[in-house]
Design a protein around this ligand. Structure first.
Ligand SMILES: Nc1nc2c(ncn2[C@@H]2O[C@H](COP(=O)(O)OP(=O)(O)OP(=O)(O)O)[C@@H](O)[C@H]2O)c(=O)[nH]1
Length: 188
């Protein structure tokens, strides 16, 4: 049987400046971490991610840091399958930006909900923590998103964050149970 070709899943990573978005992508794609900070303009990487035993080609779009005044680009709001929304556990301001970014995506796309995971990054810096895990979890529940804390430095939960994002996409994409058949007709 010929292999099934799956459409590429587009994942965008958004968050405030310097929260560690590029570091998460770099660790996930190259298995590498750098202490240096180079502000991102935009870059795209590709990687196969598995969900339920199926391998999905994914395009991961790393973006420039957002603030409350930056405008969301249309290509980050339209035709996107899933979002990785990143704050740093050491920055309350970056956590507050998640709701702002989420609202911007809904406003721009016209959707009422998106497939997303909220990631509390720099989890190794627990001495400088400004955001409780409970707050992260509650925010995620309120927008029906997944949530995880991760460290690009220690490579903790980095792959898991992207896998959970794909899981959010595929869970919501999953076809409903096939319609029940009754007397030669399908009940829809
Ligand atoms: N301790 C620690 N530092 C991290 C971690 N992730 C990133 N950093 C550091 O945080 C700084 C910013 O990381 P970036 O990955 O460039 O952040 P960014 O969100 O892509 O930044 P912008 O491109 O400005 O949006 C760098 O100095 C990284 O080394 C982490 O998990 N732990």
């Amino acid at each position: 049987m010929p292999p099934v070709t799956l459409n590429t899943r587009k994942i965008v990573i958004l968050g405030s400046r310097s929260v560690g978005k590029s570091s998460l992508v770099k660790q996930f794609i190259d298995g590498h971490f750098s202490e240096s900070y180079y502000p991102t303009i935009e870059s795209t990487a590709s990687k196969i991610i598995s969900y339920n035993g199926v391998e999905y080609p994914c395009e991961i779009i790393d973006t420039a840091g957002q603030d409350e005044f930056s405008q969301l680009k249309s290509q980050h709001a339209m035709g996107i399958h899933g979002y990785v929304l990143v704050y740093s556990i050491t920055s309350r301001a970056s956590f507050n930006m998640i709701q702002i970014i989420y609202d911007k995506i809904l406003n721009f796309s016209g959707l009422s909900e998106i497939n997303a995971i909220i990631v509390g990054s720099k989890a190794d810096l627990h001495m400088d923590r400004q955001v409780d895990s409970r707050d992260g979890q509650e925010l995620a529940n309120s927008i029906n998103a997944a949530w995880i804390e991760a460290s690009a430095l220690q490579d903790v939960n980095v792959a898991r964050a992207f896998e959970l994002c794909l899981a959010e996409i595929e869970k919501k994409n999953a076809p409903l149970q096939p319609p029940r058949r009754e007397g030669g007709c399908f009940v829809m």
